[in-house]
Design a protein around this ligand. Structure first.
Ligand code: GRG
Length: 299
């Protein structure tokens, strides 16, 4: 990896993604200006850009360059931003703070927040379908994968299970199924779209299976660390109220396994990420670094 540290890789990916998003999102000067302002506020207001970096790292792992994955990096980030806007609404998690700033419905209003989320979701697919530097087959495969990861078999279905589980006991297996859909599916799609971005991707199907295994493990690891941060994090660093899972009686990994159990599980998932990349050389170092980052992040 030509990057000395994962933080440098992440910063490069974030800068590329931010620049492209800034340029491509509809301008506030264009009507309907308030809707566009809300879309830009939600997408451009910070965020670690983990999913774009994973797409770019996956492209590198199969012999490509980060820039090749730029359009899918932007598309997954739009889906992510839409999910956060809707998740923060009063009908869902009813949060006032996100990324250290007022949530979209607080800064604007609920109707504008709902529409901004809807428009961002549609725009993600418009950008993928219109990425003419890729073949039509590749674009179709990307649209299909991202749609599946976003819909009832993925994020939206996981969110429905999550909302239905508040105040109820879930088994560890049920919790895992919920997170595989709610947050894991979009992370898995980010990796897969990154691979699809490289036309002559190196390695055969077994390489691609290994990357799917990596994506599943890092998707769960992301959630376990998110649950731990809700207990151990600092509101001013994590950018949202600490302790909100417990306050809402949400089922979490630490609630089911204890904090030490959740930490041990996190270490196992990191090991799974490393093992799944054992057949790769230095070209997968960015993916290795991203796994380390996800399990040790403080925000
Ligand atoms: C409302 C359709 C719909 C779906 C919501 C993913 C999701 C489903 C809701 C997000 C709620 C949440 C906070 C889940 C915990 C994991 C998570 C997605 C955290 C935020 O992701 P980061 O840490 O955020 O990548 P940044 O701000 O860095 O982009």
């Amino acid at each position: 990896m030509p990057y000395a540290r994962t933080e440098d890789f992440l910063a490069t990916c974030a800068a590329l993604t931010d620049h492209a998003l800034e340029e491509r999102l509809p301008a506030t000067e264009e009507a309907p200006g308030r809707l566009h302002e809300a879309m830009r506020y939600s997408v451009l207001g910070g965020g670690k850009r983990i999913r774009p970096a994973l797409a770019m790292a996956a492209a590198c792992a199969v012999g490509g360059e980060p820039e090749q994955a730029l359009v899918c990096a932007c598309a997954v980030e739009l889906i992510h931003a839409y999910s956060l806007i809707h998740d923060d609404l009063p009908a869902m998690d009813d949060d006032d703070l996100r990324r250290g700033r007022p949530t979209t419905h607080i800064r604007f209003d609920q109707a504008t927040a709902i529409l901004a989320g809807d428009a961002l979701q549609a725009l993600a697919f418009e950008w993928l379908a219109g990425a003419h530097s890729l073949t039509a087959d590749t674009r179709l495969a990307m649209v299909q994968k991202l749609a599946a990861a976003s819909g009832t078999g993925g994020m939206v279905g996981g969110q429905a299970i999550d909302l239905g589980a508040v105040g109820r006991d879930l088994s560890l297996e049920q919790l895992e199924q919920m997170h595989r859909r709610k947050t894991g599916a979009l992370i898995e799609a980010s990796v897969r779209l990154g691979v699809l971005s490289v036309p002559a991707a190196a390695g055969g199907p077994s390489h691609h299976d290994s990357l799917d295994h990596y994506a599943r493990a890092i998707g769960l690891a992301f959630q376990v660390q998110d649950d731990l941060l809700d207990i151990e994090g600092d509101t001013s660093i994590i950018g949202k109220p600490q302790g909100s899972d417990a306050a809402r009686s949400k089922p979490t990994y630490p609630a089911l396994m204890g904090v030490d159990g959740a930490r041990a599980y996190l270490a196992t998932l990191l090991e799974q990420c490393r093992d799944s990349l054992s057949g790769f050389g230095p070209e997968a170092d960015a993916l290795r670094g991203m796994a380390e980052f996800v399990v040790s992040r403080r925000y």
